[in-house]
Design a protein around this ligand. Structure first.
Ligand code: ADP
Ligand code: MG
Length: 350
């Protein structure tokens, strides 16, 4: 089995606000393998962006990473000096956002900005320029030689998004963190960008972490998916398997809320019933229990752990565990990261 390129362990990021401490990321652990495309999905406010920002130590004030490890090629990014993490950013791990405005400077020519992304990491001016044209062509910006001279506002929304992807790929990073990069685009352009990311993932072997609130995007691009709810991972597994057989009621509700063509014509887009929890004071027990149609007694008071529920698939749900325990026996429930905070061992009382 391949060695993970990124290992995140028990990551916790909090915002100290006047009316309480918001636990935006609350004990997140996962592995990312070289060249894979991993989706992180969840409703707005579930901690997806803060997770990605934490990986690169870009959490805005008053946010703070309070604990955890982010091992990139076995080096903890959270322990590096500012200088060391700056060298990793953009060179080894790049990030693209929903809004190109946040990455592209409106007063600088687009090509110059892509050049700069490479010059910051030591490329010569001539080399950088040649590669910029190559990159813009690769992200399918037509007539790249003349487009490099355009200012961002002269490009369409889709083109700006492509230019930002080109900038993200400039130094051939091992990992691209893509935070809702297609959310603001119309459906056709969105499909083109997703196809582009899939091609780049295949051709260049860049591992992609695709953050989205849209299960359709996950289905189109990712091979594995992690579902986040209230700052935690509640389910994780291969995309086909999760779509076929979700084991957490929240995943099930997300899948049910994917709009279908026929449904769109007849009813408004369905959303999941109930409100997302207050991250300063999350519900006791399972955080999803107030909205869960299947809840049982344990769900109200005891926090479920993320445990194996099928080959390669894990979920944190008492209902699923209860059923699995009855069907397979307690020995099959295995802690994914022993010692990483979730502490349950096979056969142990949980
Ligand atoms: P998502 O990307 O899943 O929509 P985020 O990761 O952006 O969610 O946010 C998770 C939670 O963290 C939010 O619900 C919010 O309470 C908190 N949060 C995020 N950014 C800030 C900030 N700049 N200041 C205060 N709280 C924040
Ligand atoms: Mg977000």
């Amino acid at each position: 089995m391949a060695t993970p390129i990124l290992q995140v362990r028990d990551l916790r990021t909090q915002f100290a606000m006047p009316d309480g401490i918001i636990k935006a990321v609350d004990g997140v652990s996962f592995d990312l393998y070289p060249g894979e495309s991993l989706g992180i999905v969840g409703e707005s406010g579930s901690g997806k962006s803060v997770t990605a920002l934490s990986l690169l130590r870009l959490v805005p004030h008053p946010g703070r990473i309070v604990s955890g490890e982010v091992l990139f090629r076995n080096q903890d990014l959270l322990q590096m000096t500012d200088q060391e993490i700056r060298e990793i950013r953009g060179r080894d791990i790049a990030m693209i956002f929903q809004d190109p405005q946040s990455s592209l400077n409106p007063v600088l020519r687009t090509g110059f900005q892509v050049d700069e992304a490479m010059r910051a990491h030591g490329k010569s001016k001539a080399d950088a320029h040649a590669r910029t044209i190559e990159l813009l062509t690769k992200v399918r910006i037509p007539a790249a030689e003349s487009r490099v001279k355009d200012y961002p506002h002269q490009l369409s929304g889709g083109m700006r998004q492509r230019a930002m992807i080109a900038m993200g790929l400039a130094n051939a990073p091992a990992i691209l963190l893509a935070d809702e990069p297609t959310t603001a685009l119309d459906v056709t352009v969105q499909a083109q960008i997703l196809e582009l990311l899939a091609d780049l993932n295949r051709e260049l072997g860049t591992a992609i972490v695709m953050i989205t609130h849209n299960m359709g995007v996950v289905a189109g691009l990712c091979s594995r998916v992690m579902v986040m709810y209230a700052g935690q991972i509640v389910e994780e597994g291969p995309v086909e398997q999760i779509f076929e057989s979700p084991q957490h009621p929240y995943t099930w509700s997300l899948l049910k809320s994917i709009p279908r063509v026929d449904a769109l014509r007849h009813e408004r887009l369905r959303s999941i019933q109930g409100m997302a929890p207050d991250l300063a004071d999350p519900p006791a027990g399972c955080r999803f229990h107030p909205r869960c149609p299947f809840r049982i007694e344990e769900c109200f008071t005891k926090e479920p752990k993320l445990l194996d529920v099928a080959p390669n698939q894990r979920a944190a749900c008492w209902v699923t565990m209860d059923r699995a325990r009855r069907e397979m026996g307690a020995d099959t429930l295995i802690d994914i990261h022993p010692g990483a905070g979730s502490g349950v061992r096979p056969g142990e009382e949980i």
